[in-house]
Write a protein that binds this ligand. Structure first.
Ligand SMILES: [Zn+2]
Length: 70
């Protein structure tokens, strides 16, 4: 039992490390996969860009029609 908290664990899409509550995770979009969301920890933003992902809010990401959903 976890007590019914709303918090959901998130893993970094690059290093797969568990992103801790309060860490500034950034959502990148993998445009080659239809704008799939890629939560990325602060240490991996550069790697995410190297993979061709674009950060959420970037015009290129919004062009996929994925939208800033939850
Ligand atoms: Zn990472």
């Amino acid at each position: 039992m976890t007590g019914g908290g709303a918090a959901r664990s998130t893993n970094c899409s690059v290093c797969e490390r568990l992103i801790l509550p309060g860490e500034s995770v950034r959502i990148f979009r993998d445009l080659e996969r239809g704008g799939r969301r890629r939560p990325t920890c602060p240490l991996c933003h550069r790697e995410a860009r190297a993979r061709g992902w674009v950060s959420d809010g970037d015009p290129r990401a919004e062009a996929t029609g994925a939208g800033p959903d939850a």
